[in-house]
Design a protein around this ligand. Structure first.
Ligand SMILES: [Zn+2]
Ligand SMILES: [Zn+2]
Length: 247
C-alpha cells in the first residue's frame, strides 16, 4: 500500500495549505496527514478491480461482438461500489476533489495494460454541457484528465469535444436505448480539430457503465481523424448490479 505522496516541490504548497485547511480523506472526511491521499481504513475498503476485463471494451463481460466499439482500449481501476461509489457521488458535488489523487499510483500501470503510454499524444475528457458546468463549477472528468496528464507526462486538452445539450437521466435505459440517447450529444470543437487529426487520444471519465458515452465520444474523435482512442475511468459499474447512474 502506498498512501503517501512522494516529496516534491508541488507538495510544499499542500503542506502550507494544510496548516489552514487540514487535508481530509475524500471518502470519510477524517483529517489525515498532509502527505496522505486517504485514510488507511478507507484505502483497505477500495474495491480495486482484480478480475480480468476485456482490454478493448473495458467490460468484465465482453460486449465487443454486441456493438461496434470505436475506441481501441479501455481500462478502469475500481468497481463502482462501496466507498468508491459514495466518493464519486461526493466528487461530482465538489466535496472530494482530491479523490482522484488516491489512484495516482495505479494510473500508469493500468494504462500500460492496454497501450504503449508513450504513444499517447493528448489526454482529454468527456465534456460536460456548458450550462451544467456553470452550475456545478467544474467537470469531474476534466479533473481526472488533468491528473492523468501529469502522471503520464502528456499534455491535457479538455476542449477537443463539446457536449451539445444536457442529457436526461438515463440510468434506467437499456444499452440499446443509451446508445440512441447519446447519438448527436457530442461534437468536435472546430478550434481544436487540428489536435485530433492523426493523434492518439486518451479519453477520461469518472465511470464506465455500458460504455455508450465513451463510445460516442470515440466515434466523434475517429470521425475527425483520431488515429487511436483509448479510454480511462476511475470506476466500472457491474452491468448487473442495478445501480447504474452514468452512461
Ligand atoms: Zn477515510
Ligand atoms: Zn470486449
Amino acid at each position: 500500500m502506498n498512501l503517501q505522496r512522494k516529496p516534491s516541490f508541488d507538495n510544499v504548497k499542500k503542506y502550507v495549505l494544510d496548516i489552514f485547511f487540514p487535508n481530509r480523506c475524500p471518502f470519510c472526511g477524517k483529517i489525515i496527514r498532509w502527505s496522505d491521499t486517504c485514510c488507511e481504513k478507507c484505502y483497505n475498503e477500495i474495491p480495486f478491480i482484480v478480475t480480468e476485463h476485456c482490454k478493448k471494451c473495458g467490460q468484465e463481460i465482453c460486449m465487443c461482438n454486441e456493438t461496434e466499439i470505436y475506441y481501441d482500449g479501455c481500462v478502469s481501476i475500481t468497481d463502482y461500489s462501496g466507498i468508491v461509489r459514495d466518493g464519486i457521488i461526493s466528487f461530482k458535488l465538489d466535496k472530494a476533489v482530491n479523490l482522484v489523487d488516491v489512484f495516482k499510483d495505479d494510473i500508469y500501470k493500468k494504462l500500460l495494460s492496454i497501450t504503449d503510454v508513450d504513444k499517447i499524444d493528448v489526454v482529454t475528457a468527456v465534456p460536460m454541457h456548458r450550462s451544467t458546468k456553470r452550475i456545478r463549477g467544474y467537470n469531474q472528468a476534466e479533473i481526472i484528465s488533468k491528473t492523468v496528464s501529469k502522471v503520464i507526462n502528456k499534455p491535457a486538452n479538455s476542449k477537443l469535444l463539446i457536449k451539445q445539450s444536457s442529457d436526461v437521466a438515463q440510468h434506467k435505459l437499456s444499452r440499446y436505448d443509451r446508445e440512441k440517447a447519446v447519438k448527436g450529444l457530442f461534437s468536435a470543437d472546430e478550434k481544436h480539430k487540428g489536435e485530433i487529426d492523426g493523434k492518439t487520444i486518451l479519453l477520461c471519465d469518472d465511470i464506465i457503465t455500458t460504455g455508450s458515452t465513451l463510445n460516442e465520444c470515440a466515434r466523434i474523435l475517429k470521425d475527425n481523424g483520431a488515429k487511436y482512442v483509448y479510454c480511462f475511468t476511475i470506476a466500472s459499474t457491474r452491468l448487473d448490479d442495478g445501480k447504474n447512474e452514468s452512461i
